[in-house]
Design a protein around this ligand. Sequence first.
Ligand code: PLP
Length: 413
Amino acid sequence: MTNATNTADTIDWKTLRDDFPVLSRQVHGKPLVYLDSANTAQKPRQVIDITDAFYREHNANISRSVHTLGMEATEAYEAARKKIAAFLNIRADELVLTSGTTQAINLVAYSFALPRLKPGDAILLTRMEHHANIVPWQLIAERTGATIRVAEITADGELDIAALRTQMTPEVKILGLTQVSNVLGTVNPVAEICREARRRGIATVIDGSQAVPHRPVDITAIGCDFYAFTGHKMLGPTGTGGLWARREHLEAMPPFFGGGEMIREVRFEKTVFNDPPHKFEAGTPNIAGVIGLGAAVDYLSAIGMANIEAREQALLAYATEKLAQIPGLRIFGAAKEKAAVISFLVDGAHAHDLATLLDLDGIAVRSGHHCAHPLMQHFGVAATCRASLAFYNTFDEIDRLVAGIAKARTLLG
Ligand code: PLP
């Protein structure tokens, strides 16, 4: 491990790789090149070990037992909540722990939007949203009579901000916006857009899934109403994540799920709910997972998010330059501010065929629609290949990708 006083230039990134056991495995007899971190990130042993230790040494349910194990589990769980909140510059009592972004956005949709929206209202979404920030809104629109409007993108894959401004009309009650596109890598100016939306009384729901793992994120500075993120893309276990919401919203919103943990008193005549965030956390959560997510936050903080961003930007610049030299390769997304996600297609090669051939070389890229059908429709393609980078990737691995694509082209051509 390193510490945040280091800079991206002085950190020994190659040694950090040793923290990730899976990165040393072979696939089809070749050293694994994992370029699918936007899908899910690999886990360092610090996260794996703490999760393992929880089950070996402390396992108990939280918030209900006075015995030692129960109190240890509760303490570790709530300590992780505090760590995650500090990492994102929010209050711990405004952080609802969820199974990830999908559950977080559904919570906003059903608990905040469903009781408020009515016929004539509109929900504004961008062309580059993941299905997790589209489908819940369609379900709510259907039930309330609200309509969905789409904010379009430019040829470079940036949001058309001027057009977006004109679309923020009085009917628009909610704006759903990703901070970083999982397909194009586009980084959206969320603080500026949230400021504008707030002036017009539009509630903003930011999908931070691809931002939190790759750059410093200060949710309070963004000034949104809701911010969703997912733990497994930020080195944490699957089935973890959270929703931050303004206190006034959390207090006004009815619970989404009912059950144990989220109540103060239950009578058949009437139930009194617990305070936020517990009001929204019915049932036994992923206790070991959240504790693991706390360790992931410690790990990321020790490196420093600004260092991670700088490292990934260097990898992105190198990969973009090398890939652009491959004849017939088209990159989707050329935003001025872009995260280390490169979607591409090669003339004459289907994305799945290319990904399958790369896998035979030990190289893992994702192929498909990336849960972004409307974006695929915009570009007129069914699928792309996507290489998504993390700080644990190396320049040599990018060379392997480039060589792998060149080899695949000759086989497919
Ligand atoms: N939003 C974006 C931008 C994503 O990339 C993803 C995951 O692929 C999600 C939402 C959904 O995250 P989860 O499946 O962890 O809820």
